[in-house]
Design a protein around this ligand. Structure first.
Ligand code: FUB
Length: 328
């Protein structure tokens, strides 16, 4: 073969190789993260895995169990079926909602809302325990931990937050009101705050439900959902404070619909990644064209802060976040 032809072939092959490398798309989680109608996702990091505990988003009468999902790379997810079921909660008869999970000393605590409580004694917020993040979780009390409406807050949508001093607080509430309570040493009782109060109302302007607390650089970021969860206008707003008790003044919206991608993005949680200052927001949304309010799917995006510590608005995507190669 003539030398010039050889050189041309070599140049062509090199160019093709470069193109192939340059065009290879980085592997991403994709959104939604896994199949099925799920909502109110709580992300929790256990070891090198991200676990997600969502509500099973179907009719209230069918919501009698919860599944969980775990992943090391955010691309491949293991479904853990029925980590908690009606068999292990004697007082549950409908609407098992919005899990919040913490681990302490090898025991896993799953806080749940049950029955869409309207009248005292018919349901409320309960706590179940297991020795494994995949359950089976068993109701620890045989009755709700909170079964009454205090300060106008429906006892649903609990989120348990551990502060750096070891105190555990639970933020909860629907119907436009948010309370916080302090959990006792066993994480199954309420203990009064220093001023003797058992419940503190901390409702920010615009609050509807789905509270979440994140502490970063000593600052408390309180977040919540606004709007109606069955519709397109559901979204997430936030406030900042130097205290877990607030006051929480609404700063702005951080997560909302994008008419090109999905609607009703809300009831979220946030987890910190391994890398410095890396945060992920996990939330549910309605696929475009969805007509059933329960058609909600679980998604993930990166969440960023500006130089003043404010949360930047999150862009919702179909791509999700980059795959991880060395665990979460
Ligand atoms: O999934 C049931 C309810 O929908 C939750 O409790 C609310 O926060 C809303 O997401």
């Amino acid at each position: 073969m003539p030398r010039m032809m050889k050189e041309s072939i070599l140049v062509f092959l090199l160019a093709a190789l470069c193109c192939a490398c340059a065009e290879k798309p980085a592997l991403k989680s994709g959104n939604p993260l896994f199949e099925g109608w799920y909502a109110d996702p709580e992300g929790v990091v256990f070891g090198d895995e991200l676990w997600i505990y969502p509500t099973w988003s179907h009719t209230y009468g069918e919501q009698l169990f919860m599944d969980a999902f775990s992943s090391k790379d955010l691309v491949h997810w293991t479904r853990h079926e029925k980590v908690i079921t009606q068999e292990n909660i004697s007082w549950l008869w409908q609407a098992l909602w919005a899990p919040s999970v913490v681990e302490r000393g090898g025991t896993y605590y799953l806080f749940f809302g049950a029955n869409d409580m309207h009248e005292k004694g018919e349901g409320g917020i309960g706590v179940a325990v297991a020795d494994n993040p995949a359950g089976p979780f068993v109701d620890a009390l045989g009755h709700p931990l909170i079964d009454e409406v205090v300060n106008g807050a429906q006892p649903i949508d609990q989120f348990v937050f551990r502060d750096d001093d070891g105190s555990y607080y639970m933020y909860y509430g629907g119907w436009g009101h948010c309370n916080m309570v302090r959990l006792g040493e066993n994480l199954m009782s309420l203990i009064p705050f220093e001023d003797g109060e058992l419940y503190k109302e901390i409702t920010p302007q615009g609050y509807v439900e789905g509270p979440f607390m994140l502490k970063r650089n000593g600052m408390y970021y309180f977040m919540w959902s606004e709007g109606g969860w069955t519709g397109p206008d559901y979204h997430v707003a936030y406030a900042m404070s130097d205290s877990p008790f607030g006051p929480f003044e609404r700063i702005g919206t951080i997560l909302e619909s994008d008419p090109e991608v999905a609607t009703g993005a809300g009831h979220h949680s946030v987890v910190k990644g391994k890398e410095a200052d890396t945060y992920y927001i996990i939330y549910h949304r309605h696929p475009l064209g969805a007509t059933d309010g329960n058609n909600r799917v679980v998604c993930i995006e990166r969440m960023y802060f500006d130089e003043n510590g404010h949360i930047l608005p999150v862009k919702i995507t179909f791509e999700g976040v980059p795959a991880l190669t060395e665990g979460f």
